[in-house]
Design a protein. Structure first.
Lengths: 373, 170
C-alpha cells in the first residue's frame, strides 16, 4: 500500500510539474505563435463556446441599447413637443407680421401679460398703454380677426375685453353684406361659453353655416371688414321677426397671443382689404335696398338715415337730440346701428354699462313704417 | 504522516462531476457576458474547484491546464497565464480537498472566496495589465467583491445542485 501511495504521489507531482512547464512554455512563446495557437483553438474546439459568448454579448448590447433607445425616445418626444410649440408660435408671429405689413401703420403691437391669480377669464392684460397711444375703446385684433376692445388704459399697460366678455358687442354683417346684426357673447355653458351669437338678423336674410361674419363699421368703434367669426347654425329664439345665429369666433381662446391695437386714425381710415375686401357702408345699404323687398328697403333706408343722423349728431355735438331721434322709432337696422354707433361721448359697442342689450331692449319692429295698402 | 483517505468516486459520480463541470464551463461563456462589469462571477474557478476535489492532484492539474488554455485562447495577449494559475489552483484544491469540502457549505464558500481571490492576484501579477493605485484598488476592492459573488454562487450551486457538485464519500 505504501509504495503504491508513494508512486501515486510521484505521478501526481510529475503531472503537475509537466503542466506547470507547459504553461510556462506557453507564456514565453513568441506573440505570433501564441496568437496562432489561440486562433486555432477558437476556430476548432472552442468554436461553440465562442459562438455562445458572442450571442450573450449581443443580448447584453441589445438590453443596454434598449435603455438608451427609451431614453432617446423620451428626449425626442420632449423636443418634438417643444418644437411644435415653437412652430405654432412662429406661425402666429408670422401671421401677425403679415397683418402688420398689410396694415402698414396706425397700430400698436402688444404682448399679453400673464394673468395674475383667479381673475376674469375674458379680460386680457396688454403690455402697452397710453405711452404708446393706446386709448379706451380701441379695437384689439390678430391676424385671425377681432379679439376685443380696450377697456382701461394705464401708462404702460392696458386691459381689454375679449369677444367672450358679457359686455362685448359689435355691429357685424355677412361678408357678402347680405345680413346685418349685432354680435355678442353666446353665454352658453362649458365650451359654448366661448361662442358668439349674431342677433337681430332680418328674417329675410338667411345665413348658411360657414358664412364669414365681419364687422360692419357701423358705430365707428370697429372698422369695417374685421373678421368676427363664422356661422355655425341658427338658434331658435322667441323672436319671430329676426333670426339669431350661432357664430364661431375667428380668434380661438388658445390663439390669443401677441395682438395689435388699432389706433384711432387707423380705425377711421378703415382696414378694408387687410382681412377682407368689402364695399363702403353707404353702397352696402343701397344694395340691400335694391333687392326689391319693401321691408328690407325700408329697413335699409332707415338704417342709412339713422347712421347719417348719428354722424351728423356727432359732428354737431347734439348727442341727446340724436339719441332721441334715433330712439324715436326706427327700424331693426337702426337699432343695431344704435347699439354700436349711438355713442357720442362713449362708444357704445362694448360699454360696460350693459344694463340692457340693444337687440333685446326694444321690440324689433318698432321703427318699421307701415306697409302701404 | 498518513495521507487522508482518498475518496473513491464511482462511474456515476464521475459522470455527474463532468456534467457539472461542462455546465459551469458553458455558463461562463453563455451567462458570464450578460453580467460583465468590474465585479464578475467566475464560473471557471467554481468549475475547477468543484471538479478538483473529485480527482487526483495530477489529474486536477491537467484539468486546470486544459481549462486555462481554453480561457487564454480568448485572451491571447496573456496566453498561458490562466493555464499556469489554474493548474496550481486545481492541484492545490485537490491536495486540500479533505479540508475544502468538509460537508460545511459556509466553509466551502470561504475556500471558493480564497481560491478566486488568489486566482485574481496571480493573474494580475502575471499579466501586469494595471499599475499604480489601480492595482491596489483592483486587488483590494474589485477582486474581493468578485470573490464574494463567486463564493455565493458556489454555495447556491452546492445547495441546489447537490447531486452534481457534492463529492461522494465512501
Amino acid at each position: 500500500m505504501a509504495p503504491r501511495v508513494r508512486s501515486d504521489g510521484r505521478l501526481d507531482t510529475g503531472l503537475v510539474l509537466v503542466c506547470v512547464l507547459l504553461a510556462v512554455f506557453a507564456l514565453i512563446l513568441p506573440r505570433r505563435t501564441r496568437e496562432g495557437f489561440a486562433a486555432t483553438l477558437r476556430t476548432t474546439i472552442l468554436s461553440p463556446l465562442v459562438a455562445l459568448e458572442g450571442r450573450a454579448a449581443s443580448v447584453r448590447a441589445a438590453i443596454i441599447a434598449r435603455t438608451d433607445v427609451l431614453v432617446t425616445r423620451g428626449q425626442l418626444a420632449t423636443q418634438a413637443l417643444q418644437v411644435k410649440a415653437v412652430a405654432d408660435e412662429n406661425v402666429t408671429l408670422r401671421k401677425l407680421l403679415g397683418l402688420s405689413a398689410r396694415l402698414q401703420d396706425g397700430f400698436v403691437p402688444a404682448e399679453l401679460l400673464p394673468p395674475r391669480g383667479a381673475g376674469d377669464d375674458f379680460t386680457i392684460a396688454l403690455a402697452t398703454g397710453s405711452d404708446a397711444g393706446v386709448q379706451p375703446f380701441l379695437p384689439v385684433v390678430t391676424a385671425d380677426g377681432l379679439v376685443g376692445m380696450v377697456q382701461s388704459v394705464d401708462r404702460a399697460t392696458s386691459f381689454a375685453i375679449t369677444w367672450a366678455h358679457p359686455d362685448f358687442r359689435v355691429s357685424a354683417m355677412s361678408v357678402d353684406e347680405g345680413a346685418f346684426g349685432i354680435v355678442q357673447p353666446h353665454l352658453g355653458a362649458g365650451a359654448e361659453r366661448w361662442l358668439l351669437e349674431m342677433r337681430g338678423v332680418p328674417f329675410r336674410a338667411t345665413l348658411q353655416p360657414g358664412t364669414l361674419i365681419v364687422s360692419s363699421g357701423l358705430g365707428a368703434t370697429y372698422p369695417r371688414g374685421i373678421p368676427v367669426g363664422t356661422v355655425l347654425g341658427e338658434l331658435s329664439t322667441p323672436e319671430k321677426w329676426a333670426r339669431t345665429y350661432l357664430v364661431k369666433p375667428s380668434v380661438l381662446p388658445n390663439a390669443i397671443g401677441p395682438v395689435l391695437v388699432l389706433l384711432s386714425a387707423r380705425t377711421q381710415r378703415g382696414v378694408n382689404g387687410v382681412w377682407t375686401t368689402v364695399s363702403a357702408s353707404d353702397s352696402a345699404a343701397r344694395a340691400v335696398a335694391a333687392a326689391g323687398d319693401s321691408l328690407a328697403r325700408a329697413a335699409a333706408l332707415d338704417e342709412l338715415a339713422a347712421r347719417r343722423a348719428a354722424l351728423d349728431a356727432a359732428a354737431d355735438t347734439l348727442a341727446d337730440s340724436t339719441l332721441a331721434f334715433v330712439a324715436g322709432g326706427r327700424s331693426t337696422a337702426a337699432d343695431s346701428a344704435r347699439a354700436d354707433s349711438a355713442r357720442v361721448r362713449d362708444r357704445a359697442d362694448s360699454v360696460a354699462r350693459a344694463r340692457r342689450r340693444p337687440d333685446s331692449a326694444k321690440p324689433r319692429v318698432t321703427g318699421v313704417p307701415p306697409a302701404p295698402r | 504522516m498518513r495521507r487522508p483517505q482518498q475518496q473513491t468516486a464511482g462511474t456515476g459520480s464521475a459522470l455527474l462531476a463532468w456534467v457539472g463541470f461542462a455546465f459551469l464551463l458553458t455558463a461562463n461563456f453563455a451567462v458570464g457576458p450578460l453580467f460583465s462589469g468590474r465585479a464578475t462571477i467566475d464560473f471557471i474557478v467554481i468549475a475547477i474547484l468543484f471538479s478538483s476535489v473529485r480527482m487526483r492532484p495530477g489529474l486536477a492539474a491537467v484539468t486546470g491546464l486544459l481549462t486555462g488554455l481554453a480561457v487564454d485562447a480568448l485572451a491571447p495577449g496573456s496566453f498561458g497565464a490562466a493555464a499556469l494559475v489554474l493548474t496550481l489552483v486545481a492541484f492545490g484544491a485537490s491536495r486540500l480537498k479533505a479540508v475544502f469540502f468538509a460537508e460545511h457549505v459556509a466553509l466551502t464558500g470561504l475556500f471558493v472566496f480564497a481560491g478566486k481571490w488568489l486566482f485574481d492576484i496571480a493573474m494580475t501579477l502575471l499579466t501586469g495589465g494595471t499599475s499604480g493605485t489601480s492595482v491596489i484598488v483592483t486587488l483590494l476592492w474589485w477582486s474581493p467583491l468578485s470573490a464574494v459573488l463567486t463564493a455565493l454562487l458556489a454555495v447556491l450551486l452546492l445547495t441546489v445542485f447537490r447531486p452534481l457538485y457534492r463529492p461522494h464519500t465512501n
